[in-house]
Design a protein around this ligand. Structure first.
Ligand code: ASP
Length: 315
C-alpha cells in the first residue's frame, strides 16, 4: 500500500482577510474540510482516486459558497451554465461537459460521459439530453440561485451595453475583487492511481457560449499515473493558452522536474508571462501534494495518509 493523498481547491483570486467576515471565513474553511474529509474517507476505505474526488466535488457543488453546481455565477444572459471535467490517470479516460444547465452535479454528468458515452466532451443541449437519458439528477433554476452571485452579476450585467471599455474595466475589477470560486480535487489512491476533476460556473457575466479551461482536458484538468493529477483555477483564457495542467505533466515526464517544481514553473513563470492569475493543485504517484498560486489567495487543502493535513485561504 502506498501513501494516499487528496488535495482540493475552491477557487483562487483576490481573497483578502480584510474583505472577509469571521463567520464567512469559518464557513469556507468548514466547507473545504467537510469535502476533503468525504473524499479522504473513500481513499481510507481502499476506494479509487476517481470515487474519492467525485465525493469531494459533489459536496463542493452542493455548497452555495462555491462557484460550481449550486451557487454558480450568472452569465451575461442571467442564467447559470456550468462546466466540469474528470480524468482517470490509470486509463487516461476522461469525460467533460460544458454549458450545462439544471444539472445538480455536473461532475456526475462528466463521469457518465467518461464511462458510458463513447465520447469525451459533450456540450449544451446534447449534454442535457444525455443527462436525462442517464438519469442524472436535475434541479429547477431556483435551486441554483444565490443572492450574492445575483447581486455580483447585476452590478456589471449592463456594462457592455453602454461602453465596451468600461465593461472591460468593470469585469477586470470584478475578477480582481470577487474571487473566482471554481472547485477541484485531485487524488492518489492506495494503489498509486491518480485522478483529477474540476467543476465551475465559469466567470460572472461571461458571454453566451463561453467555455473556460476547467472542462478542457489538458488545460484546467489532467491526470496521468506516470506523472500527476492537476486541477486549475483562475482566469481560464490564460490557462487554455498555456495548456497549463498538461504542461505540468510534460515538465515532469520530459524534463524530470518534481511535481512542486513543475507547478511552480507553470504558475509563477509561464502563466505570469501572459497575465494569467490563479493557481492549481496537484498530486503525484508517490502521494506528494502541491498547492501553488500566484493570486492573493486560493481556497485550498490537502490530506495525506502520513498524517499531514491543512486547509487555508490566504497566501
Ligand atoms: N477557470 C475558471 C474559468 O475560467 C474560473 C475559475 O477558476 O474560477 O471558467
Amino acid at each position: 500500500m502506498s501513501r494516499f493523498t487528496l488535495a482540493i481547491h475552491g477557487g483562487a483570486g483576490t481573497i483578502l482577510k480584510e474583505d472577509m467576515t469571521p463567520e464567512l471565513e469559518l464557513a469556507y474553511l468548514a466547507g473545504l474540510q467537510q469535502a476533503m474529509d468525504a473524499g479522504f474517507a473513500v481513499l481510507e476505505q481502499g476506494g479509487s482516486a476517481i470515487n474519492a474526488i467525485k465525493a469531494t466535488i459533489v459536496m463542493l457543488e452542493d455548497n452555495m459558497l462555491f462557484n460550481a453546481g449550486r451557487g454558480s455565477v450568472f452569465t451575461k444572459k442571467g442564467v447559470q451554465e456550468m462546466d466540469a471535467a474528470i480524468m482517470d490517470g490509470k486509463t487516461l479516460e476522461a469525460g467533460a461537459v460544458t454549458g450545462v444547465r439544471n444539472v445538480r452535479n455536473p461532475i456526475e454528468l462528466a463521469t457518465e460521459v467518461m464511462l458510458n458515452s463513447n465520447h469525451v466532451f459533450l456540450s449544451g443541449k446534447g449534454a442535457s439530453d444525455f443527462a436525462i437519458k442517464q438519469g442524472i439528477k436535475l434541479e429547477p433554476d431556483e435551486y441554483f440561485f444565490s443572492q450574492f452571485r445575483y447581486d455580483q452579476w447585476k452590478a456589471i450585467r449592463d456594462s457592455d451595453t453602454y461602453s465596451l471599455d468600461h465593461t472591460h474595466q468593470r469585469l477586470e475589477e470584478l475578477m480582481r475583487d470577487k474571487k473566482f470560486g471554481t472547485v477541484g480535487a485531485v487524488a492518489c489512491d492506495q494503489q498509486g492511481n491518480i485522478a483529477a476533476a474540476t467543476s465551475t460556473g465559469g466567470m460572472t457575466n461571461k458571454k453566451y457560449g463561453r467555455i473556460g479551461d476547467s472542462p478542457m482536458i489538458g488545460a484546467g484538468t489532467y491526470a496521468n499515473n506516470l506523472t500527476c493529477g492537476i486541477s486549475c483555477t483562475g482566469h481560464g483564457e490564460m490557462f487554455i493558452r498555456a495548456v497549463a495542467a498538461h504542461d505540468v505533466s510534460c515538465l515532469m515526464e520530459y524534463k524530470g522536474l518534481s511535481l512542486q517544481q513543475a507547478m511552480e514553473v507553470v504558475v509563477h513563470e509561464k502563466l505570469i508571462a501572459i497575465g494569467g492569475e490563479g493557481g492549481m493543485i496537484g498530486v503525484d504517484a508517490e502521494g506528494n501534494a502541491a498547492l501553488v498560486f500566484n493570486s492573493q489567495g486560493m481556497y485550498r487543502g490537502y490530506k495525506s495518509s502520513d498524517g499531514k493535513e491543512m486547509v487555508a485561504i490566504y497566501k
